[in-house]
Design a binder for this molecule. Sequence first.
Ligand code: PLP
Length: 454
Amino acid sequence: MTTSSLATRSLAAVWHPCTPMKRHETEPLLAIAHARGPWLVDTEGRRYLDAISSWWVNLFGHGHPHIRAALVEQLQQLDHVMLAGCTHAPVVELSEKLAALTGLGHASYGSDGASATEMALKMSAHYWRNMGRPEKNGFVGLAGGYHGETVGALSVTDVPVFRNAYAPLLRISDTVPSPDARAAQPGETPADAARRAAAALEAWLARHHSRTAALIVEPLIQCAAGMVMYDPDYLRLARSLCDHYQVHLVVDEIATGFGRTGSLFAHQQAGIRPDFICLSKGLTGGTLPLSAVLTTDAIYQAFYGTDAARAFLHSHSYTGNPLACRAALATLELFEQLDTVQANQALAAQLTAAFAPLSAHPRVRHARHLGMVWAWDIATTLPDFAQRYHAAARARGLLLRPIGNTLYCMPPYVLTADDVRHLATGALAALDDCLHQEAEQAAQARQAPEGENP
Ligand SMILES: Cc1ncc(COP(=O)(O)O)c(C=O)c1O
């Protein structure tokens, strides 16, 4: 089937996410036929380097033989069984493994990141209720924070374009200033910006802690806000403020977990222990939907008993699906076998060197990098820069989707030297393609007869 016929049928039959559908009249869908490693291949045989890991989920490339073999083996043993009243080896082994890696346990499972957010929020508020403090049921997040788009998760997501239409359905949470390192004034360090934001958090908590269950944060990088990076000091200060004011700290590692920021989990760079960790995306290496929430023994104990009203009642049909758990175990085995966190340091150094001309580009502001994430704010007058850049990158064999005027790259961890070159040269060339279009637009505007284009 050709790209165009599949794309046409898709537009008639599928409601695609995150896009006003009419846009696809001018922005054709990419119809993918198969994929291997970091490469996607469309139905006409054109190749695209998946430089954003298919929405930040794919860690070891597509179709990794180790994960595939584990899934085939699991499929021969057990496809699925409900987790209420039943258990199975993959869910037990994965829960033990995640506990060993994080120091938190009692894993509960969902199928997507937003569900993990929902579970963490519900557990936190329910904990306080079980402790005789039902009034502690509010939440606070960081300005620009993103934690998913179901109704509960959206109420702690501070991205107006996703939230505004649904505002009447939500109990929108307060936000405190982001510790965004770009807010550092001349002569200040990112840690200074983090301390200023922590002071604002303290002022907020001092006023509202008695009604607040939890602070929820994306540790070190607020990804959906445009790869907003911040100093680990903020997490240390937030941890001690949450302790002081008896407010839970939820770290949403859905995007930052599994090596993305240079450590297995981002919060580990601050040396803190959160009360809840939310995981998803890379958990299965980008093969199957799965999310998990981990918490402390103390929180678990507050639910422990025979009374249903005190128990954590949150059910999904596919909770702890054996195939997804097996894929997660195989992914974690790859981290060990390949010493991925260490190996990524060398790959990141190669990428940073290859990106040097892009980082030094005169239109780039705030070139930044952490672990396996790179971002550049682009000074452009193009109002539709993100769409134009996406199209230009596609024409150069790259899948990249800027967030507003922020271009970013979050590739799988399996790039060859040729892939690195293709990515860095293509990303720079696509920027120049867009700036060329910008110059053409400006020239046309200058030529337009006066008064015609107010
Ligand atoms: C930090 C964070 N939390 C939650 C989510 C929601 O995950 P999902 O899209 O799987 O619901 C995302 C998705 O991008 C995310 O980046």
